[in-house]
Design a protein around this ligand. Structure first.
Ligand SMILES: [Zn+2]
Length: 256
């Protein structure tokens, strides 16, 4: 059975998420890893995991959710970390702001990212990274915080081969989403093929990034199957082998 290594369920509300989680095995899912992006999410997921052990959650302050209250938010986040399997999704999103007019904004994202890496080190948790138009800055921060790359997963990996090699040579994990089924992102095939299966997990990032053949519709964690199918096809391996490996990798990484 598959594990969706990264998604969001908060939009379903308590009843909808509960309904979905009650039918995981019928949908061939062994587990689901969700990432809470702000204080509202952390509380929502912490409550939900008490009822549904197949749901594991990460807490992080998403780069686009950073406000002037970020220090208070991180303080609040610490209360949830003992129950969490990771810190995430955290990182940098410089899409559309990589210019001199936004230096303060970029600096703040970097500061909050670094602080969350330190928290992950303190609580001995892995991190799930959101990286958009910011790979070099993320690499720099991971290096100077001496963050153990074996505890790093790049979610929705779309970087180039050189970046993939840097992550995986240092023991990190690449997570592929429905984007590998998009024609426009053909370059992700190259990194998926070049990366050893032991360093890959699959995700949906639902409700976003709906894979083919469902593009334009709402995404669901069950569609992780289409990501795994594409990955198996790209690597020329049986679907079952792809399922087994990615599930094992997710469990090993998040420690359950
Ligand atoms: Zn996400």
């Amino acid at each position: 059975m598959l594990i969706d290594a990264h998604c969001h369920l908060d939009h379903l509300g308590t009843a909808g998420a509960g309904e979905f989680l009650s039918h995981l095995s019928e949908n061939n899912l062994e587990g689901v890893i969700v990432c809470g992006l702000d204080a509202h999410d952390w509380e929502f997921y912490a409550d939900l995991t008490k009822q549904f052990p197949a749901l594991k959650f990460c807490c992080g302050l998403y780069p686009l959710e950073i406000s002037e209250h970020w220090e208070r938010d991180l303080e609040q986040m610490r209360a949830f970390l003992p129950q969490a399997v990771g810190v995430g999704e955290i990182g940098l999103d410089f899409h559309g702001i990589f210019d001199t007019a936004h230096i303060a904004q970029m600096k703040l994202q970097m500061k909050v990212f670094e602080r969350q890496l330190r928290l992950a080190q303190l609580y001995e948790l892995p991190v799930v990274i959101h990286c958009r138009d910011a790979f070099f800055a993320i690499r720099e921060i991971l290096q100077y915080t001496r963050f153990d790359l074996k505890k790093v997963m790049f979610h929705c990996f779309v970087e180039n081969l050189e970046a993939a090699r840097w992550v995986t040579d240092n023991g990190g994990l690449l997570s592929y989403s429905g984007v590998i089924t998009f024609k426009r992102f053909g370059h992700t095939h190259e990194t998926a093929i070049a990366t050893d299966l032991s360093q890959i997990v699959v995700e949906t990032d639902s409700p976003y990034l709906t894979p083919a053949p469902f593009r334009g519709q709402q995404n669901f964690p069950t569609y992780v199957r289409y990501v795994a199918e594409k990955l198996a096809e790209l690597k020329g391996i049986p679907f079952d082998a792809c399922v087994r490996a990615t599930t094992e990798n997710a469990k090993r990484f998040f420690g359950f």
